[in-house]
Design a protein around this ligand. Structure first.
Ligand SMILES: [Zn+2]
Length: 209
């Protein structure tokens, strides 16, 4: 049995994760919303257990390795994700956001106050450091995700924020890669195939008129 076959056999109901969508590498908030997607019409949640959520946070350097989340912290992460999703969707569609989503992001920000400090080592240059004060590492991670949401919505990347146009795909992306509009090659192939099919059907309709 090959390694791939073995890993597929060990998790028969979980599809392979998609490659990161453009922009996820620089925006953890965007990566967060893309952890809840649909595959073939079925919802897929990459953060459905405390263990998977802890792995995800550590992989993005939002917490250290080896963290364990309790049920309330996992619920807090899910609630923040829902709020960020709503806010990013509002930015993409131009619709007014629900006030509860704004409140949720502000709550995550105020739960972990930030202190700025100056560092100036001998022979070096002055630099600014920020320290997020919170009792629990998860609160610091939620603060960073909320802070990145504000940067994304209020900064230059807001213009590049877009929804993947592939049918059945729920992922968001930043259009930072030239004219690329979809979240991954798999979706790009599906969009192109759908357009090709639509053109052929339109041509067939014309010829039968
Ligand atoms: Zn997509």
């Amino acid at each position: 049995m090959t390694g791939n076959a073995r890993s597929a056999a060990s998790s028969p109901h979980r599809p392979e994760p998609l490659p990161p969508a453009p922009g996820e590498e620089r925006s953890p908030a965007l990566a967060l919303v893309n952890t809840l997607t649909t595959r073939g019409g079925t919802p897929v949640d990459e953060l459905d257990t405390p263990r998977r959520a802890a792995r995800w946070l550590a992989d993005r350097r939002l917490t250290d390795d080896g963290l364990s989340l309790d049920a309330a912290e996992l619920d807090g992460l899910h609630r923040l994700r829902q709020a960020v999703r709503g806010l990013l969707d509002a930015a993409v569609t131009g619709r007014a956001p629900d006030a509860r989503w704004v409140e949720s992001v502000n709550r995550a920000l105020s739960a972990a106050p930030v202190t700025a400090t100056l560092a100036w080592p001998a022979g070096g240059q002055p630099s600014r450091h920020t320290r997020v004060a919170a009792d629990r590492p998860v609160a610091r991670a939620l603060h960073r995700l909320a802070d990145d949401t504000v940067s994304l919505l209020c900064g230059p990347d807001a213009e590049a924020l877009a929804a993947c146009p592939a049918d059945g795909c729920a992922r968001l992306l930043l259009r930072t890669h030239g004219r690329r509009q979809w979240c991954c090659t798999r979706c790009g192939d599906r969009v192109r195939a759908a357009r090709h099919y639509a053109r052929r059907r339109a041509a067939a309709d014309l010829s039968t008129d």
